[in-house]
Design a protein around this ligand. Structure first.
Ligand code: ASP
Length: 403
């Protein structure tokens, strides 16, 4: 109480409006309430009594699914940050973070142990179904997934689209192997359990948490191949920060993106079999003097069901390329998503091929990067959606078609 009075006096001195003061105090009380929950062993006798009286009190139970990646790798020396391999298990990591027991009761499962370059759609689907059944059991308040950082954004995006649950699901990894003097894995795992067990993370969908940031599973992308500070979502904004292990959400009200959970009801996704494969969707990269025969070769030799273009600028492609794509799309019914090779910015409908190059199957990818546009298109295809329906769905990310 004395502390709260001090906060009030400080806010008074700062000359803040009553509304701002109220928000601040409210946030403080909420945080303090959580703080007591999480670090209950550290609080005084009096505070413990307050916690016990709170009917909402719960000590969180978290499940970690470990899939491998650098976070579970070790190399030759403490200064080497390349050429290492996946050779540790989730037990090795958890055993070295006794502090986790202050946050939650932690269960863990080594679902795979591979570099994320080896992760396929079968892996991500199995992971999704395991998460779903763990949450359905009612035993867990949140989920953490450890993952290689190279394709982490694809798994996060897939989970965001195919799960509609209130419990936080937080993906993490590391940029340095366990043997490195700058290993970031233990802290990333710790903060991920922290956020996955936090009541303020409920109903925020899939989160990616590395290097002190909490980022939306829809927007997160690996921006740097080497540095610790790699997961970004430049235009769309980080959701929050860990500052001295306190969670600071930038937006206090939980929200989910309108495409989150869009395929959560898909029956096809539950039919997991070894033969299951996502429809073949190719990503073609745009550059000067691109040989457009590549497009024909790929489509003619692979069982291609759709194409995503990592085009230049805001989705531009050569006239010749557009002509080939139009012909292939018109004759084979292939949807073609126009995305961009650039890290930021969107491909709007207005930039789709026009005039004689215009075609029905051309769809703008909006703000989705090529690898995310590919997953969204694959999910649309397994549902058997028409071009019109696919276009409607891409409109939810400010893309879509002219038709
Ligand atoms: N090659 C690793 C992987 O994605 C990179 C990492 O985890 O940072 O599995």
């Amino acid at each position: 109480m004395i502390f709260l009075n001090l906060v009030l006096v400080t806010l008074q001195l700062l000359g803040l409006s009553n509304a701002v003061k109220f928000d601040f105090i409210n946030d403080f009380l909420n945080f303090n309430h959580f703080y007591k929950n999480t670090f209950y062993e550290a609080v005084t006798q009096e505070e413990t009594a307050v916690v016990q009286l709170n009917e909402n009190w719960r000590f969180p139970s978290i499940k970690i699914f470990a899939t491998g990646g650098t976070i579970a790798s070790s190399g030759d020396s403490s200064t080497s940050n390349a050429g290492y391999s996946v050779n540790l298990t989730i037990n090795d990591l958890v055993d070295n973070i006794p502090e986790l027991s202050n946050l939650a009761t932690v269960a863990f499962q080594q679902i795979y142990n591979v570099g994320s370059n080896e992760i396929t759609s079968l892996h991500t689907l199995k992971l999704r179904n395991e998460i779903l059944s763990s949450l359905k059991s009612g035993e867990y308040h949140g989920i953490v997934v450890t993952h290689g950082t190279d394709t982490l954004e694809e798994t996060a995006f897939f989970l965001e689209l195919t799960l509609d649950v209130k419990e936080p699901i937080c993906l993490t990894g590391s940029m340095r192997p366990r043997t490195s003097i700058s290993y970031d894995g233990l802290m990333n795992l710790y903060t991920s359990v922290l956020v996955a067990s936090h009541e303020s993370a409920v109903n925020r969908g899939v989160l990616v948490s590395l290097n002190d940031r909490i980022i939306s599973g829809i927007y997160a992308t690996k921006s740097n191949s080497n540095s610790l500070d790699t997961f970004k979502n430049d235009e769309q904004g980080t959701l929050g920060m860990f500052v001295d292990n306190q969670i600071n959400w930038f937006i206090s009200q939980p929200f989910k993106h309108r495409i989150a959970g869009l395929f959560a009801g898909s029956r096809r996704l539950l039919e997991i079999e070894h033969s299951f494969e996502m429809p073949e969707v190719l990503i073609l990269f745009g550059y000067q003097s691109l040989n457009v025969e590549l497009i024909e070769l790929a489509v003619n030799h692979l069982n291609v069901k759709g194409i995503v273009l990592a085009g230049t600028g805001s989705g531009s492609w050569t006239d010749h390329g557009n002509m080939v794509l139009k012909r292939l799309s018109d004759t084979l019914g292939l949807p073609v998503i126009y995305s961009t090779r650039n890290a930021n910015g969107i491909v709007p409908v207005g930039n789709l091929p026009n005039g004689k190059y215009k075609f029905q199957g051309a769809i703008a990818g909006g703000y989705l990067n090529p690898q995310k546009a590919r997953i969204l298109l694959q999910l649309c295809l397994i549902e058997g959606y028409s071009h019109e329906r696919i276009s409607e769905i891409f409109k939810l990310v400010y893309g879509g078609s002219r038709f």
